[in-house]
Design a protein around this ligand. Structure first.
Ligand SMILES: *Cc1c(COP(=O)(O)O)cnc(C)c1O
Length: 399
C-alpha cells in the first residue's frame, strides 16, 4: 500500500457545510460538539476531500472491517480555553503520530502531513469555541477515529484496508467527574487490581490505541471502583489503570524520591503524552536544566522507568517507603490514587502534596497560564467560515 500517487490530506480543499438555521441538538447529545470533520481514504486515490459539517450518523456496509473485526483506532485530545479566551491544543502532533502508529498496526492508512491535519483540526475547534468554558477542568474533548469502511471479511489478497474513514468529533468535559476530586489525606480514586482480565501482554497490542483493547476488558470494572488496575505476568506487575498511565512515588535508600513509571520496552503500556510530558518536566528539573514550573518540587528526585509488582507496592505501603501514587492521561490529567483492592484486601495509598503540584503544572501549561518554554501549547487560530474559505464540493469517484 502507500503508493506514490495517492492524494495527501489537503486542508485547502476543505468543504464546509454550516449548521442549518433550524439546527437543534438531539436530546441526550447536548454535551457533544455540533460539527464533525471527515476525511475518506481509498487505496486507489488516497485521501479524499476533507469536510466539516453538522455531526451526523455514519453508514457502512454491514461487513465493514470496523464492524466485523474491530479495525479501528482512535486518539484522545483536549482543547482548552485560556482566561484570555483563546483556544489551545496540547502537543497535538504527538497524538497525530500515535494515530499513525496505531493505524499502521491495523493496516489502515498511516501517511499524512500533520500540519495539514492540524489546520483542519484547528478549524473544527474554532467552530466549537463557543461551547468551551474557560474554567479549570473544562475543555472540549476531541476524539479522532480512523477505521476500515471496506469489507474486512474473507480471504483477501493482503490484509490492508481498501477504504477507510478518518473522522473527528468532540464532546465536552470528559474526565470532569474525576478532575480535582481526589487530593489530600484519605482521598483519591479506588482501583481494583484485576487478575481475571488481562489488558495487555508482551507481543500484544497494549501500546496502540486500538478500539479492541478497550472493548474486550470493559466488563472488568467493579462497582464502587473508579477503574481497574491492570496486571500482567506471574509477578503481578502493574501496567496501567483504566486508560491512564500510572506513577508510584517511592523513597529510595539514597535519600532521593523516585517517580517510578512502567517502561515502554515490552509493548504493554500505552505511550501517553501526559506520561511523557511529566517525565520530561521532572527529569529536566532534577537535572537542574530547567526549574519545574511550579515551586515546591524538591531537587533530590529521579524518574525511573521499570516494572513494579503488586507485592512491591504492598511492601512499600507496609514499610512506609511508598509515598504516593497517581494516574495520568488526557481525560483526568493527573489523579491521586487513594486505595487499591488486591486479592480481597484493601491497601491504603498515602497521599502526597507533590501530586497536586504536578497536576497544577500540567493544567497550567495546557491552559496557557504557565509558559514552559517548549512550545507544547498550540494556539488555535480564529476562523470565521462566513468569508467562503471552504471549497466547492468535489465529485466523489468510486474506487
Ligand atoms: C490514552 C491512554 C493513556 C493516556 O495517554 P495520554 O496521551 O496521556 O492521554 C494511557 N493509557 C491508555 C490505555 C490509554 O488508552
Amino acid at each position: 500500500m502507500n503508493g506514490h500517487n495517492l492524494a495527501p490530506i489537503n486542508a485547502s480543499s476543505l468543504f464546509f457545510t454550516p449548521l442549518p438555521p433550524s439546527h437543534i441538538v438531539p436530546p441526550g447529545k447536548e454535551s457533544h460538539g455540533r460539527y464533525m470533520l471527515t476525511i475518506p481514504w481509498n487505496r486507489v486515490s488516497g485521501w479524499g476531500q476533507p469536510k466539516i459539517g453538522p455531526r451526523q450518523d455514519l453508514s457502512f456496509d454491514p461487513l465493514a472491517g470496523v464492524l466485523q473485526y474491530a479495525v479501528t483506532c482512535f486518539e484522545g485530545m483536549k482543547c482548552y480555553k485560556t482566561e484570555q479566551g483563546d483556544l489551545r491544543l496540547f502537543r497535538p502532533k504527538k497524538n497525530f503520530d500515535r494515530l499513525k502508529r496505531s493505524a499502521s498496526r491495523l493496516g489502515l492508512p498511516s501517511e499524512w502531513d500533520n500540519d495539514e491535519l492540524l489546520e483542519l483540526f484547528a478549524k473544527l475547534m474554532a467552530l466549537e469555541a463557543p461551547l468551551v468554558p474557560n474554567t479549570d477542568g473544562s475543555n472540549l474533548y476531541i476524539r479522532p477515529t480512523l477505521l476500515e469502511t471496506s469489507e474486512g471479511f474473507g480471504i483477501k489478497e493482503d490484509a490492508f484496508a481498501a477504504e477507510a474513514l478518518l473522522y473527528v468529533v468532540t464532546t465536552l468535559n470528559l474526565g470532569l467527574g474525576l478532575y480535582g476530586s481526589a487530593e489530600g489525606e484519605g482521598k483519591g480514586i479506588k482501583l481494583d487490581a484485576c487478575k481475571e482480565f488481562i489488558r495487555a501482554w508482551p507481543g500484544g497490542t497494549g501500546s496502540y490505541k486500538l478500539g479492541a483493547n478497550y472493548g474486550t476488558v470493559n466488563i472488568s470494572k467493579k462497582p464502587g471502583y473508579a477503574m481497574s488496575l491492570w496486571l500482567h505476568g506471574q509477578e503481578d506487575f502493574i501496567s496501567e489503570a483504566g486508560a491512564m498511565n500510572v506513577f508510584i512515588i517511592k523513597q529510595a535508600e539514597d535519600g532521593f524520591l523516585e517517580f517510578i513509571t512502567m517502561s515502554l520496552n515490552n509493548g504493554i503500556v500505552l505511550p501517553g503524552v501526559t506520561r511523557e510530558s511529566i517525565i520530561e518536566l521532572l527529569t529536566e528539573h532534577a537535572e537542574g536544566e530547567k526549574d519545574f514550573p511550579i515551586d515546591g518540587m524538591p531537587k533530590k528526585i529521579r524518574v525511573v522507568q521499570r516494572d513494579i509488582s503488586m507485592p512491591e507496592i504492598i511492601k512499600g505501603v507496609e514499610d512506609g517507603t511508598l509515598k504516593g501514587m497517581f494516574g495520568c492521561g488526557t481525560g483526568v490529567v493527573v489523579v491521586q490514587v487513594g486505595e487499591i483492592r488486591y486479592q480481597g484486601t484493601t491497601y491504603k495509598i498515602p497521599s502526597n502534596p507533590l501530586i497536586k503540584i504536578i497536576r497544577d503544572t500540567m493544567t497550567g501549561i495546557q491552559r496557557g497560564k504557565i509558559d514552559e518554554g517548549r512550545d507544547w501549547s498550540f494556539k488555535v487560530p480564529e476562523w470565521n467560515p462566513e468569508g467562503k474559505e471552504g471549497q466547492p464540493e468535489e465529485e466523489v469517484t468510486a474506487a
